[in-house]
Design a protein around this ligand. Structure first.
Ligand code: AP5
Length: 226
């Protein structure tokens, strides 16, 4: 058991490393909310609003959306009174300019009393050949967005979502071979620089994300301390 239980957690890792999967497990165990940057953006894209169209034009091709959009959206979520017990941020911050904006904003008068400073950054490490297998085999419940995989995480009853009983499953528009190549390139050039930054701050813990889902979550459990 760790000395303390962390409750303001950032999950970083390449596309398909298991951030969403592990965030959902952690959220249930810690009884705190997961805020997925990708899900927030996809939800806005689904509304068909003008902003949603601009977002879809980027995420469907694996390009990051402008930081101004996502930083404020994530902050608004974690600052909600119902999230005062903590948060898990999946896929944010994803660039040094997002880190800088976030660090600055949480210390402004609007947010400084809300205790939003992260206390742990978990880096999921997974090599590229795993990533293609995981992303290209992924599907999602069309209703509750629960995540599945054709080989590694199938529903208990074939064709029926474990969580909500939904029977429709979809694939993400950005889960193509070509887009994964572009997302990986972006991860290496734009996102990876946040890792040494958090390491220097003493917040970073690395997790080998290559084992089965329950083995990875056990490693995370030991670090998080629940
Ligand atoms: P986002 O939705 O965050 O996508 P991502 O980072 O590319 O990560 P994924 O969701 O693809 O994978 P994951 O690591 O969550 O893995 P998962 O658990 O699903 O972002 C999408 C897009 O939105 C970005 O490309 C960008 O355009 C935009 N965006 C997002 N954040 C942004 C930001 N901050 N700024 C600007 N733009 C932003 O697992 C994958 C599959 O593998 C699943 O099927 C799962 O069942 C399976 N699996 C998981 N763990 C294991 C395991 N241990 N063993 C076997 N299978 C496993």
């Amino acid at each position: 058991m760790a000395d303390k239980t962390y409750r303001r957690i950032i999950l970083v890792g390449p596309p398909g490393s298991g951030k969403g999967t592990q965030a959902a497990i952690l959220a249930e165990k810690l009884q705190i909310t997961t805020i997925s940057a990708g899900e927030l953006l996809r939800a806005e894209a689904r509304t068909g609003s003008e902003l949603g169209k601009q977002i879809a034009a980027r995420i469907d091709f694996g390009k990051l959306v402008p930081s101004e959009i996502i930083v404020k959206a994530m902050l608004n979520e974690i600052a909600k009174p119902e999230n005062s017990a903590g948060y898990i941020m999946d896929g944010f911050p994803r660039s040094m300019d997002q880190v800088e904006m976030f660090d600055k904003l949480i210390h402004t008068s609007e947010y400084q009393d809300k205790n939003l400073e992260p206390d742990l950054v978990l880096l999921l490490q997974v090599p590229d050949d795993y990533i293609f297998d995981r992303i290209l085999g992924r599907s999602q419940c069309a209703n509750c967005k629960a995540m599945y995989h054709e080989k590694f995480k199938t529903p208990k009853v074939f064709g029926v979502c474990d969580i909500c009983g939904g029977k429709e499953f979809t694939k993400r528009a950005d889960d193509t071979h070509e887009t994964v190549v572009s997302r990986l390139r972006t991860y290496r050039s734009v996102t990876a620089p946040v890792i040494p930054y958090y390491e220097e701050k003493g917040l970073l813990r690395c997790v080998d994300g290559t084992g089965p889902i329950d083995v990875v979550s056990e490693k995370i459990r030991k670090i998080v301390g629940y």
